[in-house]
Design a protein around this ligand. Structure first.
Ligand code: ATP
Length: 427
């Protein structure tokens, strides 16, 4: 894990938050390559599960919400983890993550108490209790409060879903394991509204949608394990929950969740707001409160699953190397273009032309890199380390027959291909 954290910092994927001030626990900053990787994770999710489906609607709700919404959802009263404090060193831990003794100093741990994980803030210029609101602890809340709006604007037929990608904030008692448990996180969530008797079909459908997505971003199925959350451990309103766990370097832990939430959310918001959040099924001439199936994806945990499954150490040409075996779809840079020698203007000019045309062709800015520093071997290693699937070298033969060498990151093999075919080869 230390190796991944250090590669991420060195190569500009992820830095410790507020680092020059000694950091801020539970926060990490994405650098240029991390932003590109994370953007791909989110774009593919949105394209596949929202834009690519006829039954999905997207929203981007405010992070600050009327606090009554968090009372209705049960977060004010119950979004908490059990906290224990060490009598000796005063360190605090999540009670369900430690034993009887302090893991740091061996001191005895006091009574466990519930600690609410929502970040409180104030809104407006007054500072009395009426000004208190919260940074949202999950994106789902912003979806439920817009249920009626989307129904009124689009009249969707059941089943249909509303999706949102955005930041959420949790005052985790013990943030840890790099970007696995952070205090400022990003989520991709779907609330899928169904007729009560049809929830199982939609649950199964979203269960396979999870794998359609992880396949697309290259997270190996062999490292994902479903955990059927047993009765008594689920939230009281949930009739079924599956945790999708991943083999992280520090153990098997939750990557995503899929829950059947009954009509708990819509009914609670209807009661608390006094608004009618029922749905008129025109075909069946029936008014009902839809039930909900909720797949919930963490962006940061997705990035970490991608990084840790892609991290590879091997030997190439008799030398050890470290590389990120990213799936093409998420690689922050799809291809790098090199002139064989940087002091030969005709090579540089031709390489520049190839670079510009590929860049114009690629949908993402920065998806094509230019490198003319050091020898070719060093350039290959640099690109391998950041997971670039293809390297293109322009040499003297290019000037004669318009072909280049295309090198494969995983095998190190090179082949001669025409410049014309490059765009489709690296797509
Ligand atoms: P955990 O048990 O690990 O605390 P959770 O069950 O509280 O997680 P959910 O409330 O189901 O998590 O949140 C949905 C998803 O959001 C999780 O599956 C995970 O991907 C992501 N997530 C939740 N908390 C964090 C966090 N502190 N840091 C990063 N991602 C998180």
């Amino acid at each position: 894990m230390e190796k991944i954290v250090s590669l991420c910092k060195r190569r500009g994927f992820i830095y410790p938050g507020s680092e020059i001030y000694g950091g801020l626990s539970g926060t990490w900053d994405y650098g240029p390559l991390g932003v590109a990787l994370k953007q791909n994770v989110k774009d593919i999710w949105w394209r596949m599960l929202v834009g690519g489906r006829d039954d999905m609607y997207g929203v981007d709700a405010a992070i600050l919400m009327n606090p009554r919404a968090w009372e209705a959802s049960g977060h004010v009263a119950g979004f908490s983890d059990p906290l224990v404090e060490c009598a000796k060193c005063k360190r605090r831990f999540r009670a369900d993550h430690v034993g009887e003794k302090c893991p740091e100093c061996g001191g005895s741990l006091g009574e466990s108490r519930q600690f609410n994980m929502m970040f409180k803030t104030q809104i407006g210029a007054t500072d009395d209790a009426s000004a208190i609101t919260y940074l949202r602890p999950e994106t789902a809340g912003g979806i439920f409060v817009n249920f009626k709006n989307v129904v009124d604007s689009f009249h969707p037929k059941l089943p249909f879903g509303i999706a949102q990608i955005g930041k959420a904030f949790r005052n985790e008692i013990a943030p840890r394991d790099f970007i696995f448990r952070v205090r400022e996180l990003e989520q991709m969530e779907v609330e899928y509204f169904v007729r009560p008797e049809a929830w199982e079909k939609s649950f199964e459908e979203w269960r396979s949608e999870v794998y359609r997505y992880t396949d697309a971003i290259g997270i190996p199925r062999s490292q994902i394990h479903e955990l059927e959350v047993p009765d008594g451990e689920r939230a009281h309103y949930s009739k079924r929950t599956i945790d999708f766990e991943f083999d992280f370097p520090f153990g098997r832990k939750e990557l995503y969740g899929l829950a059947y939430r009954t009509d708990f959310d819509l009914s609670s918001h209807a009661n608390a707001s006094g608004q009618d959040l029922s749905y008129l099924d025109e075909e069946k001439k029936e008014r009902l409160v839809p039930h909900v199936v909720e797949p919930s994806f963490g962006v940061d945990r997705t990035v970490l699953a991608i990084l840790s499954s892609a991290y590879t150490e091997d030997e190439l040409g008799g030398e050890p190397r470290t590389y990120l075996k990213f799936n093409k779809s998420v690689a922050p840079i799809k291809a790098a273009v090199f002139p064989l020698l940087k002091n030969k203007p005709e090579l540089v000019k031709k390489a520049r032309k190839v670079y510009e045309s590929l860049k114009a062709d690629s949908s993402k800015l920065k998806a094509i890199a230019w490198d003319d520093n050091g020898n070719i071997g060093k350039r290959y290693r640099r690109q391998d380390e950041i997971g670039t699937p293809a390297c293109i070298t322009i040499d003297f033969q290019t000037l004669e027959d318009d072909t280049v060498t295309l090198r494969n990151r995983d095998t190190g093999e090179q082949e001669r291909v025409s410049v014309d075919s490059l765009a489709s080869r690296i797509a």
